[in-house]
Write a protein that binds this ligand. Sequence first.
Ligand SMILES: C[S@@+](CC[C@H](N)C(=O)[O-])C[C@H]1O[C@@H](n2cnc3c(N)ncnc32)[C@H](O)[C@@H]1O
Length: 494
Amino acid sequence: MAAESEPLAGPEHLNNSGCVIKLSPGKGRGVYASRFIPRNTIIEISPVLLFTKDEYEEHGKFTILDHYTFNWTDGRMALALGLGSLFNHSESPNVSFSLDTKSDSIRYTTTRNVLPGEELCIFYGFKLWFSPAEKTETPGRSVSPVDDGWGGLTAVEDDGNGELTNPYDGGDSEEIVPEDQLPFIRFKLPPEEEEPDSVRTVNAWVVDVPEARLITTLLKWLKQAGLEGPELGHLKRIRKQGDKISLLLSTALEPPELPQDLNLPPPYTLAVPASSALTLPSLSLKSALWPTMYTPRRKDEPEPWTRGKLRWAWNAMKKAVDTAVMGQSESQELPIAAYIPAPFGDSGDKTSLSADCALTFAAWDTRKSTRHPLRHAAINAVRKLADYRAFQDSEKPTAELGPSDAVRNGSNYLLTDQSIFITNEPCIMCSMALLHSRVKDVFVLYPMPRTGGCGGCTCLPTLKGVNHRFGILQWKDPSQFSDNGLAVDSSVDA
Ligand SMILES: C[S@@+](CC[C@H](N)C(=O)[O-])C[C@H]1O[C@@H](n2cnc3c(N)ncnc32)[C@H](O)[C@@H]1O
């Protein structure tokens, strides 16, 4: 730490977040905190220089730049200017980063409180091209007094798999894999009952629109405000009742900020159907609450799995296993972890640092180290995602908000359309947390017959009264991920 790092000769480089460059034992130069830096501080925004793939293949990779460049989102290679190229790698990073393709820059943010003299490190990924210096350069999370206690890496990228080979590597990514050859069993939830008193509803914000001519402007605004997410895709946006026109806004806890120049009345909440209608009787029941989409077959048809998607799922489960192993070896925690990958198709094909770091969250169980009964892996992961997005929300100037900024109106803290991979079936508490998070599906490696809330001792998404359902996929052969000593006693609340 501070005592081991040496200042560089010459004038000190000090940015306005208090970062300085010093020599880091065994790593060359590194970025250090010269003063206390609170968690969630943007410590650096580095512009990048972009190289075409050809420039890089023909020239760049034969130079020192090879140590500093990484994949940009569009296939080009990027070199971070400013301090960006000097952050060293750590398995327990205290800094996460996100790529901003609009301004061609990278934003570095602390993931926990950082003490004066600590090195600021990011996580490069699992495939390193150098042999990492000892792990103690950043204080181990088990001994750090400033550990945030949520367990694991705030942002990990979607690349390597350690020594294990993904069985779905290579081949035709589009090839459909037959159901009986999938590595997991998909549990079929019983069909939803659609009686008048069992229509599941969610509370949504609605505004009455005084003049029909405002609708076009409002629909455009919905798009810009990021309120067009999939969450309300099963409902129509506009309801006409006689002369009264109402617009569905969002299911966030807080009402969205409506455009002020339109003189709209204040929004109010209304219970609207939580899913589309599968039958005609259900369509009329649901549409009485709010105009609902009719999807007679689609919902029951299992989604086909391609080889490419299986590759994604296998990598994600491997990441959950790696995280659990790390939690156990670094912090002597129960070997249980959860991983939320970027949704399939968003991750692209990458080899190194990537924009998706901002979209993937891994956490291990921390109830032992924190002596906190609620810090289970699944809840830790859900919380990391929500914290991260809430932070993004508060940091972004209004002028920079775009269609992807659903967070602004508070809906993006959910896991809608995202999957979570968990080494052990989540307990009832965690299953409920996942339900509240609106996760799309839950992949489980080890079932927990006595405590599990996803089919083990009960199955939360099938209970009457819950307002969301998620898919449950149980891995057939946990030993695929090697003999890692993960399985815990099935009485533990995973
Ligand atoms: C992006 S540069 C980081 C800044 C670099 N230390 C310097 O002095 O320019 C990446 C290089 O730093 C070194 N490095 C980064 N993290 C390291 C670690 N944990 N252990 C050893 N070397 C590391 C490796 O040589 C790697 O190729």
